[in-house]
Each structure stands twice: as structure tokens, then as C-alpha cells.
Design a protein around this ligand. Structure first.
Ligand SMILES: Cc1ncc(COP(=O)(O)O)c(C=O)c1O
Length: 448
């Protein structure tokens, strides 16, 4: 785009940022560059590309013109310096944590995290020398501060947590992290850049599962690492950014540091040059195209999802079979103030609720839905439901669920863009089936 992108608003950037048709045969829609490799031209040009003295494409594991549009568009939407697209949300998180904790560092986090990364943090990453400290109360800045050690290399949190939709105090944690000269990393998958901009609140690195609300159609696995460009890597705690690096050695020099080569985009540069290049997990250009297509309508889609989610939360709260609903505005929800501050247009489309009754009732409910589907994605245009403690958070031990404040009877739903009447009718008929044998006696004994 030739106009200054930083003067444009979100809804314009979501369809335009990062793409100049003149550089792509005037194609209006972003072309899909399905190529593994690129003609380099001359041996001298190869040397310049490898030494990062000239920008251009060598090989699509490292960079690709379709993927670059996605990276630049996300960087624009998040007010960031740069972004790197990778093969999945988990790859984005893994690369980020490994890059920060190189040389055996510690990462400080909470129990309130997507279940898939919990196993990772408990068992796998420690074998690579990365250790994790977890605070029980993710809203207590004091607890975070007490847990920081000399070796802590970052604080890692979800902006809105999966599956309870609790909102994190990003500004307070950013202030704490910066006081200790470490970056704040925020997984902003649930609210998406449309509902919350963590960098505006002080976050240094943002990660996404682009599989979810960003693409919004449940058709592509992808991840994004977003570098604010604001963190000072030259503070003595992060030699991996300041030491000479053999990966970006020029023909006649001994190597330069990521900070020297990439400047404010040093973190993104390292993720691309070290992690994407060496560990793989590259996004496919076709998936980048699908994610870009999803981003073009993110505001319109998420607005409707938030409206639907709000009505479904109210509907569920009014039902006698439902014990609690974890969504802003309901009687159970404890994070209303933070939700108002950080997500004034809504926390998103994902939340949880608990049934009175037993696991049998939960099984019957998820088996009885017809419009909702029983599956493990979220942020999809279609509504979905799952018993969280056995599925998305099945990795958590009972005591970890407790520490994460996730009741064992939590049923996670992600609300889509269907007609709200069909969604409420579907849940109503499923609740009736779930309780048809026990309803009269059990609910009557509770005076309902
Ligand atoms: C908050 C959050 N972050 C990251 C991920 C992982 O994303 P992916 O499935 O794209 O690897 C998920 C997946 O559910 C998630 O909910």
C-alpha cells in the first residue's frame, strides 16, 4: 500500500495492510505463491541475501511473498514492528519460549493456560533446559513478583484465558516485567487483534494461534509471533540477541548479532533465522491466503459472535440446569472490571459453563447438540461445544485444574455466527435431553 499505513484504522488495515497490488501484477486479491524455492540470479546475490544485506526470497521455509503479506498485515493490526508466521499456534509459542530461555532460562507463567501448552511446559520443554514457574493466582501481580528469579527470562500469559474467559491485567504485568528487565509475552488468540491490542498495553511479544478467531473459518492451522520492537534486548540478560550469530555471517566478516542486523525487529529476526530455518514448522502459502481471507472480515464476524455469545450466556444463566456461567456480566464472573478496561467491545466468543448434575449429564448434553458441533477448535464461524476438563484441558491433573480455577464440570463453548434462535433452541433441547431422567427429582430437590 502506498498510503501511510500507520494513519489508517483497523477496518481499512484488515483488508489492505502489507499488500501493494503493483508489486504483484496488479492482482486485487493476494496471490498464492506456491513455490518452494526462488531463482537467485547470481552467486553474489546469494551472498547478500544470506548475510541479510539485501531482502528477498530464497526458500519458502524461511519466507514467502504470500506469507509476508500476512506477517505485515498482522504487524499493522497489532501496532508492531514485525511478525513471523509459522505452522501452528503451538509452534509460535514453542519458538517464542525457546528463543527467550536459551542458555537454560526460566519462564514465569500461570496455571490458567490452554491445556495443550501445559504438557509442554510440565514435561517436554524442561528436557530442553527451559524451566517454568507458575503462579496460582493469575490476577495477583504480587504473586508474580514473588516468583521472579535471576534466571527468569519472560512472563507468559493469555490475555483472555481458555476456557474460563478470565481477563489478565496486561498493563500491571508489563510494568512488573519491565522493572525486572524481562519481556511480557501475551497469547492473544481468544480476543483477536480486533477486540484487544496487547502491545498498546505494554506487551512486548504477542503470539497467536491463527487457527482460531483470526482466520475464523476452521479451515487452516497456523500461528503468528508478533514483535512489538519495544523491548531492550541489550540489557545484559539476553546474549542470544547481542552475541555474534553464525547464521547471519557475511562472506568476509565473523558474524553479527541479531540486534545489529535486525534492529528493532531483532526478536522476529531471530525467530525467522534461527527457529523457522532450523526447526521448520513453516506455514503453507495456501494457509496464509486462507488466514488473510479470514482477517478481511474479522470485525464483522467477531462483532456478531460477541453479540451471540452475550445472548447465549444470558440464556444459560437463566436455565435451572446450569450451575454457573463464566462470562462478563454473569453472577459467577469475577473479572468484569478488567474486561471493561481491556475488552470494551467484548472478550470474544469463548466461555464456559457448568451443569448441575454429574458427568453423565455432561456427556448427554454434548451428545445431544445438533447445531453446535462437538469439536476442539474455537473462534470458528460455527458454534462448538466440548467438555473442557477431558478435552482441551485434559492434560491438566485434577490439582492443576483446581489451581487454574477451572471446575471439572466446565463445558466450553465457542459461539459462531449462526442465527441466535437456532443456537438457543439447540442448547434448550440438548439440556432437556441431558436431564430428562433426572430432571424432575434432582432439580425439584433443589427447589427449582
Ligand atoms: C489460547 C491458545 N493458544 C494456542 C493454541 C494452539 O494453537 P494451534 O492449535 O494452532 O497450534 C490454542 C489451541 O487451542 C489456544 O487455545
Amino acid at each position: 500500500m502506498s498510503v501511510r499505513e500507520n494513519q489508517l484504522h483497523f477496518d481499512t488495515l484488515k483488508v489492505k495492510a502489507g499488500y501493494d497490488p503493483k508489486q504483484h501484477n496488479n492482482a486485487v486479491s493476494v496471490p498464492i505463491y506456491e513455490t518452494a524455492s526462488y531463482e537467485i540470479g547470481t552467486a553474489e546475490r546469494y551472498d547478500r541475501l544470506a548475510a541479510a544485506e539485501e531482502s528477498g526470497y530464497l526458500y519458502s521455509r524461511v519466507s514467502n511473498p504470500t506469507i509476508k503479506v500476512l506477517e505485515d498485515r498482522i504487524a499493522a493490526l497489532d501496532h508492531a514492528e514485525a511478525a513471523v508466521a509459522v505452522g501452528s499456534g503451538v509452534a509460535a509459542i514453542t519458538f517464542t519460549l525457546l528463543a527467550l530461555a536459551e542458555y537454560g532460562g526460566r519462564i514465569l507463567t500461570t496455571y490458567q493456560l490452554y491445556g495443550g501448552v501445559v504438557h509442554h511446559m510440565n514435561y517436554l520443554l524442561p528436557r530442553f533446559g527451559v524451566q517454568f514457574d507458575k503462579v496460582e493466582n493469575g490476577s495477583s501481580v504480587e504473586d508474580f513478583e514473588k516468583a521472579i528469579t535471576e534466571d527468569t527470562k519472560a512472563i507468559y500469559v493469555e490475555s483472555v484465558t481458555n476456557p474460563m474467559a478470565t481477563v489478565t491485567d496486561i498493563e500491571a504485568l508489563a510494568e512488573l516485567a519491565h522493572k525486572h528487565k524481562i519481556p511480557l509475552v501475551v497469547d492473544n488468540t481468544l480476543p483477536t487483534p480486533y477486540l484487544l491490542n496487547p502491545i498498546d498495553h505494554g506487551a512486548d511479544i504477542v503470539v497467536y494461534s491463527a487457527t482460531k478467531g483470526i482466520s475464523g473459518h476452521g479451515n487452516a492451522i497456523g500461528g503468528l509471533v508478533v514483535d512489538s520492537g519495544n523491548f531492550d534486548w541489550n540489557n545484559g540478560k539476553f546474549p542470544q540477541f547481542t552475541d555474534e550469530n553464525i547464521a547471519i555471517k557475511g562472506r568476509y566478516d565473523n558474524g553479527r548479532s541479531y540486534l545489529e542486523v535486525f534492529g528493532r525487529a531483532a526478536f522476529a529476526g531471530k525467530i525467522r533465522t534461527d527457529y523457522l530455518t532450523n526447526f521448520g514448522a513453516a506455514l503453507s502459502p495456501f494457509n496464509a491466503y486462507l488466514i488473510l481471507l479470514g482477517i478481511e472480515t474479522i470485525s464483522e464476524r467477531v462483532q456478531k459472535q460477541v453479540r451471540n455469545a452475550h445472548q447465549i450466556a444470558e440464556f444459560l444463566e437463566s436455565r435451572p440446569e446450569v450451575e454457573w456461567v463464566s462470562y462478563p456480566g454473569t453472577s459467577y464472573y469475577k473479572y468484569n472490571e478488567l474486561a471493561e478496561k481491556y475488552c470494551p467491545y467484548g472478550v470474544g466468543q469463548l466461555f464456559s459453563f457448568g451443569l448441575k448434575g454429574t458427568e453423565e449429564n455432561i456427556y448427554k448434553l454434548v451428545n445431544a447438540v445438533k447445531v453446535f458441533s462437538y469439536q476442539l477448535n474455537l473462534g470458528d464461524a460455527r458454534s462448538l461445544i466440548a467438555n473442557a476438563s477431558r478435552t482441551s484441558h485434559g492434560e491438566l491433573l485434577p490439582e492443576e485444574l483446581k489451581k487454574a480455577d477451572i471446575p471439572v464440570n466446565a463445558i466450553r463453548i465457542s459461539i459462531g455466527i449462526e442465527d441466535i434462535r437456532d443456537l438457543t433452541n439447540d442448547l434448550a433441547q440438548a439440556l432437556e435431553i441431558a436431564f430428562q431422567d433426572t430432571a424432575s427429582e434432582a432439580l425439584a430437590s433443589e427447589g427449582l
